[in-house]
Design a binder for this molecule. Structure first.
Ligand SMILES: C[S@@+](CC[C@H](N)C(=O)[O-])C[C@H]1O[C@@H](n2cnc3c(N)ncnc32)[C@H](O)[C@@H]1O
Length: 228
């Protein structure tokens, strides 16, 4: 498999920042109440739909994966950064963490009850999002829930440093409408959309989109059947 250049940059950058990311970023317990409420709503929706495994895609050091576990979900993490996966395995040895790109999931079709992508899809170039969301749709069971959380906006940013280290990744801010449209196009019904203004940055908002994989399409009755 040839790795997209953007993925190599993400992997190398997060390998470099992993330990300081863990030190500097607030854990889920310290997040704002609205973000925690969205995670709780997602957990309740997944449990209500029958549960099933939940993949935390772009899990970083695994703290949100563990938070989902504490909310009663069978959560496991996936990350492209080997250092992030090593940290997650060290901190939460009872949980499963896979070293993989979310764009290349080695998971069976319709095998998941839920997918969380929390501040992780913004490193995927917008042109690759249809493919990425098609992959999410493939592995999610019909009726399964997706929670996409992250920054929305309209810019491509190339930060020189993050978490105290030089980084080479790009952050793609995509408008909320466009993300919702892409999910709909990939076979999801977007059920909830929550946008919070960013307290310091006018160029972005915090966005949560809850979406559900549509049940298999029911064919409309044929004219013959209707008339008989
Ligand atoms: C800002 S961190 C968020 C980590 C975690 N979701 C959290 O909230 O603590 C972004 C993470 O997404 C991962 N990531 C980005 N693109 C990815 C991809 N295509 N496949 C797997 N992981 C990816 C990065 O390696 C990094 O660990």
């Amino acid at each position: 498999m040839t790795e997209h250049a953007h993925l190599a940059a993400v992997r190398e950058s997060y390998d470099t920042v992993a330990a300081d990311y863990l030190r500097l970023v607030v854990p889920p317990e310290g997040m704002d109440p609205v973000s925690r409420a969205m995670l709780a709503a997602f957990a309740e929706l997944v449990r209500g739909a029958g549960g099933g495994p939940v993949a935390d895609l772009g899990c970083g050091p695994g703290r949100v994966t563990a938070y989902l576990d504490s909310l009663g979900l069978s959560a496991f993490g996936v990350d492209v950064s080997g250092e992030m996966v090593a940290l997650a395995r060290h901190c939460y040895p009872q949980l499963l963490f896979l070293h993989s790109s979310m764009a290349d999931l080695d998971l069976a079709d319709r095998s998941l009850g839920g997918i969380l992508a929390w501040y992780s899809v913004h490193h995927t170039p917008p042109a690759l999002l249809p493919q990425l969301f098609a992959g999410f749709h493939r592995v999610l069971a019909p009726g399964g829930h997706l929670l996409l959380g992250g920054h929305a906006g309209d810019a491509c940013l190339y930060p020189a440093e993050a978490y105290g280290h030089p980084v080479s990744y790009a952050s793609h801010l995509v408008p909320a409408d466009r993300l919702a449209e892409l999910l709909t196009g990939a076979g999801f019904a977007v059920t909830t959309r929550l946008e919070q203004p960013h307290p310091q940055r006018a160029d972005r908002s915090h966005l949560c989109l809850l979406a559900q994989r549509r049940q298999s399409a029911t064919l409309p009755p044929s004219p013959d059947a209707t008339n008989s």
